[in-house]
Structures are given as structure tokens and as C-alpha cells.
Design a protein around this ligand. Structure first.
Ligand SMILES: [Zn+2]
Length: 254
């Protein structure tokens, strides 16, 4: 049972979204954990209890100790390939289709928003869909390389020059993809309602986007299990799992 105060927060969120003209969603790891994807960018997450992110998931690691980097990546890649969208992803896709949500800005690298049917998605931390060669700059689809990598541990190598291919996810020490970031910033600034789902807003600079939205007079909805630094600025705070809250919101809007 959903407690009455959470239910009234959900009603209020639905009403804000229904009356919006330019609503934007911003999602984090909490939207994908119900699909079995661990949170790789958040240094405070459980994933890093055993290994130091700088040693395994950094640009230095990819360049200088590729085997350590790829050993770290392999189980994550396997989870991402197998994962299916959950009700949170589906609800956001449904709200985009209904013309309510104009864009989804995500910190996730799993492509599950697109799998769920969202079209206008900005992946701040990149995705596993493509690989690029650091030496000759060739870019290719990951799929042909992922199966042998996941199943046999064959490291993806550039067909042109033989260098190891880097998945186009943003590693520690790397910048965010510039065009994606700029588009996300524009959407954030022009949003009239900004919905944060499944993000504790701890990873910068991504976590600054909802702040930009509020600065530009967006009404903020925060749906996260734990408190965030912007809760006090929010019109509505919903403290249950996004996979539970978002489908109810989408249903109320229909
Ligand atoms: Zn190459």
C-alpha cells in the first residue's frame, strides 16, 4: 500500500505534468536498478565497495591496464545486454508519446529508455551502443564485438589499426560529450516542469541540470528514494521507487 502522503504527492506531480508545456525528465541509476543494472558512476554505490573506480573505470585504466579495465567492464556489459526496461522506463516512454515529456536526460548508459520506446533521449554519460578507436578515431556499433567479449573475453580491437576499442561511455577522468551536454542544458533551462527520477543528484556536473531548471523557473518534481540537495526547492518530493511511482503518474495523466 502506498501511504496517503505519497499518494497525494503523486497526484500533485501528475497535475503539474498534465498542465505543463515543456516537461523534461532527468533519470539516474535508480530508474535502472529494478532492471538489474548497477550504478557505475556513483562512487558511493555498492559497486565500488570491492574495487577502486579510478583503478578500473578510468581513462588511465583503459589506456595503461586494459585487461583490468575490460575485466571490470565484462559483467556490466553482460548485464546491460540482457536487461529489459522496467515500468519506470515504460511510463516515461508513454508520457513522451502522450506529448507530455519532451526529452529524457539520463545519467544511465544502458539504453533502456530507447528500448522502452523513448525517442528524445540525451545520454550524459554515453552508452554501450558504440565503440571508438582512440588511435584512428573509427566509431563502430558495439554489437558484433560484445558477444565475443562477453562470452569468451575477446577484447574488442580496431579492424583498421588493432588498438583496443573504447566503449563510448564516460569514464572517470573523461569529459561529458559536449553536444549532448549542451542540448541537455538547453532543455533544462527551457523546461517548465522538471522531473527527477531515480537520481540522488550526487554526480556532477549532471546533478547541476535540475538546479539550472529551477533557476529558470521550472517546477521541480523529485522522485527518489533518498533525499537530494534540491528537495527543499521541489514542488513535490516522492520517496518511493520510480518503477512504482512513474506508472501511477502516467496512468493519472492518460
Ligand atoms: Zn583504429
Amino acid at each position: 500500500m502506498i501511504p496517503p502522503e505519497v499518494d497525494s504527492a503523486i497526484q500533485k506531480a501528475a497535475s503539474l505534468l498534465r498542465n505543463s508545456h515543456h516537461a523534461v525528465a532527468f533519470t539516474g541509476a535508480g530508474v535502472s536498478t529494478p532492471s538489474g543494472i548497477p550504478d557505475f558512476r556513483s562512487a558511493g554505490s555498492g559497486l565500488w565497495k570491492k574495487s577502486d573506480p579510478m583503478k578500473v573505470a578510468s581513462l588511465t585504466s583503459f589506456r595503461h591496464t586494459p585487461q583490468i579495465f575490460f575485466d571490470w567492464l565484462r559483467p556490466l556489459a553482460a548485464q546491460i545486454v540482457q536487461a529489459q526496461p522496467n515500468p519506470a522506463h515504460l511510463a516515461l516512454a508513454q508520457m513522451e508519446k502522450a506529448g507530455i515529456i519532451k526529452a529524457v536526460i539520463t545519467q544511465n548508459i544502458d539504453g533502456l529508455h530507447q528500448k522502452a520506446g523513448s525517442h528524445n533521449v540525451f545520454e550524459l554519460h554515453g552508452s554501450m551502443n558504440t565503440l571508438s578507436c582512440p588511435k584512428c578515431h573509427a566509431v563502430m556499433a558495439s554489437m558484433p564485438y560484445l558477444a565475443p567479449f562477453i562470452e569468451e573475453g575477446t577484447l574488442p580491437a580496431c579492424p583498421n589499426c588493432g588498438s583496443f576499442l573504447k566503449p563510448e561511455i564516460v569514464l572517470f577522468e573523461e569529459m561529458l560529450p559536449m553536444q549532448t551536454w549542451q542540448a541537455a542544458e538547453e532543455y533544462s533551462k527551457s523546461a517548465d516542469v522538471f522531473l527527477v527520477a531515480g537520481s540522488s543528484l550526487e554526480v556532477v556536473p549532471a546533478a547541476g541540470l535540475p538546479y539550472h531548471a529551477v533557476e529558470h523557473y521550472a517546477k521541480l518534481i523529485i522522485n527518489n528514494y533518498t533525499p537530494t540537495y534540491l528537495d527543499e526547492q521541489a514542488e513535490v518530493v516522492i520517496t518511493i521507487n520510480a518503477a512504482e511511482a512513474l506508472p501511477r503518474i502516467a496512468q493519472l495523466i492518460e
